[in-house]
Design a binder for this molecule. Structure first.
Ligand code: PDD
Length: 279
């Protein structure tokens, strides 16, 4: 597999990053994950906009123009022959002697990209749905910035797996924030689609924005508000969204089956609409 590191396309075995890279020492880096369907990047411009925001919130230097970043994405997709999968891009503050203080502004940002070939469109979970288990949300207070501080989400997903679920739903003050790497939704008894409003508490998902627009166009009533874990357990349907999951139905929460335990019609329809439009 060819990866991209600070200006070079290299075989992954030859790629190197400094041990003083602040992404490595301080998780001082942000990232984006863009999906590839039929060899094409999905919603690239929106991912770039969010990257721009993450960088500016952290006063980080942009490593390359949007056009250059697009060219690198396309080059890696072509070199690795990715028809379906993901492109991961990480931008860090760069390498500097270890110090809690930010290094001088002229420190060269680091830029790393790699691809992951994987089936996304037809993965079995799209048909069967997934099970989630609730885990306390112990992440930091700026989850709207897409940083690589992913230790807690990683712990949470591992705990959820140990409980027999596929992923965790994170809960703070009794309210569901989001999944470990996806946004969370429920469909209420009276047919409203509910997902948490944007704030510092959750990542502003690119798929979330697209799916909410499609749901609106499809005539669904949308309520952007917090919901409790109890409300979720009583919901008619639930699902998650992300660049790698698209729309994935949730059929079980903390061992409690939603509806008849199969993906609900709304989640299935939104998945179809999303895939049809992304293709
Ligand atoms: N995760 N919430 C969190 C905490 C996330 O990490 C992600 C994305 C999302 C969904 O955002 P989007 O629709 O823009 O992918 C929500 C990526 C896919 C990851 O970490 O692999």
């Amino acid at each position: 597999r060819t990866v991209y590191v600070n200006g070079d396309y290299l075989p992954e075995e030859e790629a190197k990053i400094s041990v003083f890279d602040r992404g490595f020492l301080f998780a001082d880096a942000v990232y984006e994950v863009t999906s590839v369907l039929s060899g094409k990047l999905v919603d690239f411009a929106a991912h770039m906009k969010r990257l721009e925001r993450s960088l500016s919130e952290l006063k980080m230097t942009r490593p390359a123009s949007e056009a250059d970043l697009l060219a690198i994405h396309r080059e890696l997709v072509a070199r690795n022959g990715i028809d379906e999968g993901l492109v991961y891009m990480q931008v860090g503050r760069g390498a500097a002697d270890r110090d809690f203080l930010f290094p001088p502004e002229d420190t060269k940002p680091s830029l790393v990209l790699f691809t992951q070939a994987m089936g996304l469109r037809d993965k079995p979970a799209g048909r069967t749905g997934i099970k989630v288990a609730s885990v306390p949300d112990l992440r930091w207070g700026r989850r709207d910035i897409k940083t690589v501080q992913l230790l807690y989400p990683s712990i949470a997903k591992t705990e959820a797996k140990a409980k027999g679920a596929d992923d965790a739903w994170l809960v703070e003050d009794g309210m569901v924030t989001e999944g470990t790497s996806n946004n969370a939704y429920i469909l209420t008894e009276d047919g409203a689609l509910v997902t948490r409003a944007l704030s510092h508490a959750i990542l502003h998902g690119i798929t979330r924005a697209a799916v909410l627009r499609m749901a609106k166009e499809d005539g669904l009533r949308i309520e952007e508000r917090s919901f409790t874990l109890d409300e979720a357990k009583r919901a008619k349907e639930a699902f998650i969204t992300s660049a790698s999951a698209f729309v994935l139905p949730v059929v079980e929460i903390d061992g409690l089956t939603l509806g008849d335990g199969t993906p609900g019609p709304v989640a299935r329809r939104l998945r179809e609409i999303y895939l049809a439009e992304a293709e």
